[in-house]
Design a protein around this ligand. Structure first.
Ligand code: ATP
Ligand code: MG
Length: 563
């Protein structure tokens, strides 16, 4: 491709609202342009890379025997009402009306449509299992679109859905798709990790997320040397040992103007891990008291799951005083004894002997607070957001933490959608049963941005071989005379050898060409200039290492083989 014939509008500066390296480079390098918040246009260079990722995914899905379909993005509300998600999905679901005032939505995902499709065509176990996939636009009205196409409202997804007649078949498909995901991200040349994950609004029995490791990732993952690895929001923590010993006398102490645990802890000279923190929550509207140790953070997903609630949220200040009869920030478990409130405590509360808690009146705390003698707990469970010092439940070793970008998510759905939507089949004994489903999604556009986050320098992306938009960038430092002649010939020659070449034949200063080449990020660069050419030589630059070499044109074939 000659640059003079290409559409590659590069920018010197990124727009002010580009808030992450990949977004900056994608806009500056002419991969995308912003249309509106979280909505982007894709330009030829961006499309070229996106299609490379798409092809890798298609090849690997096809290898497993999954079959490509194309599903509508405008979907009737009726299907979403059947699954129950019309109400449940909330405001991320963009709802629209057609000219007859019928309700529709723009697809954020396609479980409903595909379940309805398969239900219409499949009626016997003999037609199962089957796995269908598509590539297409998804729309989610994200509350905070950010990071360019990483958290966009409109984005490009590869989504697959498996239908099975037995648990075994369903698990086999889950494993097949998991294996194909591993091959896909390996082929993309990315450093990644599959981790255990929460199932979120999609629902189902269990799931794995695929995380591209990058410091800018929105997700945190917990990694144990034993191999257990999970999204931190899902990470289970080993139950710590209970601390036993002598109960000291319960006392009230004055803690004037000390608001935070840190302040009270400094003031009383008692470490924060001896504090019993009381949180007031509402689970599907009902009050719940949660006890956490000192500065430990509550994992709301664990709380929601434990309570089997659809929604949990922290009580407002008004609700707090009403429920606990205490000023905000000072409620403690002791005064709640016998009040009939549901009290749930994190397992770490058991490690506190002679603890500190709020005294349920302003500027006052209680010391030497102990379970059973001074307060009661309805249940202990694991509620803590995993952090340094927590131990793996499988082997007891300490977790380490890494940041990741979720590029793919696979779910064993079970019969959640097939039961709700009556997608049933007749088994061998002519019994009607709901199909067992799995669903699998890769954010294709997010993969591209994640690849840049993982591999870039100060001047632009550094593409892996599989994702690079071109094999080689050829730069002619002159647009006339011998340099142009040789560069033209070299371009034709490289193309004839099967290389996909970007040829910078523009009438521009070398500085501009090099800057643009850095932005485009092709790993191998050949430079034809006046200085070396008379000696039959050109310059080769490896973009990733930054190393340059001088090559004899006569040795070109040999050299190209080595790269
Ligand atoms: P997240 O936790 O990042 O919101 P999710 O769990 O909602 O993701 P899924 O519903 O599992 O995502 O969608 C499958 C894949 O689609 C994700 O793994 C991700 O790569 C991609 N994806 C999801 N939301 C977005 C978005 N707003 N912009 C770009 N890609 C997205
Ligand atoms: Mg989401």
């Amino acid at each position: 491709m000659k640059l003079t014939e290409y559409y590659l509008p590069t920018l010197k500066e990124a727009p002010k609202d580009a808030d992450i390296v990949s977004a900056k480079f994608m806009i500056r390098a002419g991969l995308i342009r912003k249309t509106a918040s979280g909505i982007y246009e894709w330009l030829p260079l961006g499309m070229k890379i996106l299609k490379k990722i798409e092809n890798i995914i298609r090849e690997e899905f096809n290898k497993e025997g999954a079959l490509e379909v194309w599903l509508p993005i405008v979907q009737p509300a009726e299907l979403w009402q059947k699954s129950g998600r019309w109400d449940f999905y909330g405001r991320e679901l963009l709802r629209i009306k057609d000219r007859k005032k019928a309700d529709f939505c723009i697809a954020p995902t396609a479980e409903e449509v595909i379940t309805d499709l398969v239900k219409k065509d499949v009626s016997s176990y003999k037609q199962l299992p089957v796995c269908l996939y598509q590539f297409g636009t998804k729309f989610r009205d994200e509350i905070r679109p950010r990071f360019g196409v990483m958290r966009a409202r409109e984005f490009y997804m590869a989504d697959a859905y498996s239908f099975a007649s037995t648990e075994e078949q369903a698990n086999t498909w889950y494993q097949k798709m998991k294996d194909s995901y591993i091959r896909i991200f390996e082929r993309c040349g990315l450093k990644f990790r599959p981790v255990e994950a929460d199932t979120g609004t999609i629902g189902g029995n269990f799931s794995h997320e695929f995380m591209v490791l990058a410091d800018t990732g929105e997700d945190e993952i917990s990694v144990c040397p034993c191999g257990y690895s999970a999204n931190t929001e899902k990470t289970e923590i080993a139950v710590p040992a209970q601390k036993t010993g002598e109960f000291l006398e319960l006392k009230e102490v004055s803690t004037p103007n000390k608001k935070t645990i840190k302040e009270v802890s400094d003031f009383l000279k008692i470490p924060a891990e001896n504090f019993i923190k009381l949180l007031v929550y509402k689970a599907d509207g009902k009050p719940v008291i949660v006890l956490m140790r000192g500065e430990d953070e509550l994992n709301e997903i664990k709380l929601r799951k434990f309570l089997n609630a659809t929604e949990v949220c922290q009580a407002t200040e008004e609700e707090y005083t009403q429920i606990t009869s205490s000023p905000v920030g000072f409620a403690g478990p002791v005064s709640l004894k016998g009040k009939g409130l549901k009290i749930i405590a994190d397992n770490y509360i058991k490690t506190i002997l002679n603890g500190v808690a709020g005294a349920s009146k302003a500027d006052t705390h209680l010391v030497n607070v102990n379970i059973e003698r001074d307060y009661k707990v309805d249940s202990f469970t694991d509620l803590k957001l995993a952090s340094l010092g927590d131990k793996c439940p499988k082997c007891g070793q300490n977790f380490t933490f890494k940041r990741g970008i979720e590029v793919g998510h696979i779910f064993k759905l079970g019969t959640k959608y097939s039961s709700a939507m009556k997608a049933e089949f007749l088994d061998e004994s002519q019994q009607s049963k709901p199909m067992i489903m799995g669903c699998y999604g890769i954010g294709v556009s997010r993969v591209l941005a994640a690849a840049i986050e993982q591999n870039h320098d100060d001047f632009g992306p550094i593409w892996t071989r599989a994702l690079s938009p071109f094999d080689i960038e050829l730069i002619a430092l002159d647009t006339e005379g011998e340099v142009k002649q040789k560069a033209d010939a070299l371009y034709a020659n490289l193309q004839a050898k099967g290389f996909d070449v970007l040829y910078d034949d523009r009438n521009e200063r070398p500085g501009i060409k090099f800057k643009d080449a850095d932005l485009v990020g092709v790993p191998h660069r050949l430079i034809v200039g006046k200085k070396l050419l008379p000696e039959g030589k050109i310059e080769y630059k490896n973009h990733a290492s930054g190393q340059s070499e001088v090559w004899l044109l006569s040795e070109l074939d040999e050299k190209l083989k080595n790269i």
